[in-house]
Every structure is written in C-alpha cells, then in structure tokens.
Design a protein around this ligand. Structure first.
Ligand SMILES: [Zn+2]
Length: 139
C-alpha cells in the first residue's frame, strides 16, 4: 500500500517536471523558429541584391559584378537554418541519421531506416544519473 502511494507521488512529480521542461522547450523552439525566419529573410534580401547587380549590368550592357561573396553568404545562412532545424529536432529527442538523413531517436544505437551505427557525442561525459540526480531539486 505504501508503495502504491509512493508510486502516485512519483508520477505526479514526474508529470509536473515534464510540464516545466516542455514550457522551456517550446520557448526555445519558437526562438529557433524566429532565427530560421530571420535567416530566410536575409537570404531573400541577398537574392534581391544579386538580382539588382545582374539587371544593372544588363541595362548598362556591362559585365555583372562578382556575386560569389553574396552567394557564399546565402550558403552560410542556409547552413545556419539547417543547424537551427537540427536543434529543434534535438529538443523533441529526434536527430537525423548522418548516413541516410532520415529522422531517428537521439538515443538510437543503430538507424532504424538504413541500419548505420550512430556515433554518440563525446561531450556528454557528466550526464551519469548515479547520485547526482537531485542536483536540480533546488529552492
Ligand atoms: Zn540512416
């Protein structure tokens, strides 16, 4: 019987913890989505600049200015967008398989689509749950 109440208490505290986490998560996700929108806006602006340069050269019957730097800026922004998208997926516990690019669980040892072995990030050394699980029970 005591066990029963212990279980109920545990599941209640687990639930409230999850709710708190998901609020922080959704806040982080909307911040990332704003960054994606900002990057996409910037890309559109750069494309307009490139268009102006090309059309300006056409009307003056001239060689267009080199647009490589502007194109590189777009590449960089697109890479950032991909990173933001990956961060959003990571919040939901999903990552992309580096081999096939399909979405899998972050904890997967093997890809469920192509079977590729997943390499774990080495920078998560101190996430061992033995003993230090009570750290976040603050005031
Ligand atoms: Zn795969």
């Amino acid at each position: 019987m005591a066990d029963f109440f212990k279980k109920i208490g545990k599941s209640i505290s687990d639930t409230s913890k999850n709710v708190k986490e998901s609020v922080a998560d959704s806040r982080e996700k909307s911040a990332l989505r704003r960054q994606i929108a900002a990057a996409n806006n910037k890309i559109e602006q750069i494309k307009i600049s490139i268009g102006d340069i090309i059309y300006g050269a056409y009307t003056k019957d001239d060689e267009p200015e080199d647009c490589v730097e502007l194109c590189k800026q777009i590449d960089e922004l697109l890479q950032n967008v991909e990173k933001y998208k990956e961060q959003i997926l990571a919040i939901d516990g999903i990552k992309k398989c580096p081999n096939c690019g399909l979405e899998i669980n972050v904890d997967s040892v093997f890809c469920s689509h192509c079977g590729a072995k997943q390499i774990k990030d080495e920078d998560t050394q101190n996430d061992s749950n033995d003993g230090d699980g009570y750290v976040d029970v603050g005031n």
